[in-house]
Design a binder for this molecule. Sequence first.
Ligand SMILES: [Zn+2]
Length: 458
Amino acid sequence: MNTLPATLSSPNRTIKEVRDMCHDGILVNAANLLDGLTTATYSALRDEVGEERVKNNAMFRCGQCDQPVYIHGGDGATDDGHSAYFSHYGTNGVECSWRSGEKLRSQGAAQFGGHQEGREHKLAKQMLADVLRCDPNVTDIELEKRYAIGRSGRRPDVSANYKGQPAAFELQLARMPLQTMIEREAFYRKLGMRLIWVTTPSNAHNLSTQSFRDLYFSAGGRIFAVDETCLGRSRATSQLQLLELTLKPFVLSPYPVFNRWDRCFVGPAVIFMPEAERHAQGIRRYGDVFNQQVSSQAAQTVASINSLAMEKKDLRAVERDWNALARRLGGRDLSLSVASNVVSVLWLLHAVEALNAAEPQMLAMKQRDVAQAALDVLRSRDGLHWLGLVELLCRTNPRVSAALETHIPKMLNMLRASPKKALPYHAYHRHMLSALHPWLAFYLLAKAPSRKKDMRAS
Ligand SMILES: [Zn+2]
């Protein structure tokens, strides 16, 4: 029964190859690049492309006409890179046979163009202002005050100062296109203002849409919400309090690992936390929560597998324990994992951990170890299928990226350009890889909870 799932069918992408401008403009197989992205890395990459776009840089160019392209979310069945595709930006008169009539569809533009100022939005805005008024450290609270840079201006739903620090609050209830969100962020950043996105708990059914995913994945799986309970609490404590919804993993056999929204009140320390810190903290916490749940059920198993894996020893000695844990998580059994070369992958992940822990004088050596371990994985028969994981490590870890781009750029670029179909082994093996290396859990397991899964856990 423990067989690999049939490969999800990918959309028939019109743009087959793109030039990756971050890697010397090499021609990359679009299918393999996108299919290799998990929910978290997919959102992060979309975000990055958008950020660069605001600065007039193209991260990817069409392999045919060399015009800038962006990543379209697609409204597919999956929320990772599987249903995504590359698309040209608007029309600029350049002919391209890969253009095939597609347009720059701004997702949700209809709900968004002026009509979204609904009743709910108005109420939430008032409520947020009332919450802010409870805190004596918050001053200059205004609704829809106009801020301008040159001739372009914006009116944040609510603006205020916290201990002299200016902040803009935008309510995200409708589906707002990613590019709009990024442009707003850039606008307020230029003004030296923090931009804080807030939704309402009653809007939670929208949280699985792509525009919300873009928001909370770039904040480590976290999003603020406001409702009347925040008002009561802020009044009682004379301190600004919002709800924070946080993605949380659950290990609850017999269900495979699933995600739910956890909610708790947070004060100014979290609300005004620098974005990068909030992001990193969210990722770390997700891994910690996952690790606690796995450890409470199978601490000994994890320890004994890790000690064998670190020495690259035969894992069959722990086959029973491995299989028991894998069953609990919904993961793959040992024989299937070994057949997919998981042993070399675990070796690589240990090398990455050693690199992250390395003192400066050991850095060069540990980088070479990581490059060698990655080479062992990528050279093997299934190397192409592990490219997604190696890319994930590069995207999320500057030390790994430096190591691999220095030592094995040719190998990487050869696989990136490969016309062969890569299978997402990182997804097939996500449960056990996350259990053994919880720092990967957010990238491999975090997903917007589906409402069905939400129900069965409650
Ligand atoms: Zn083109």
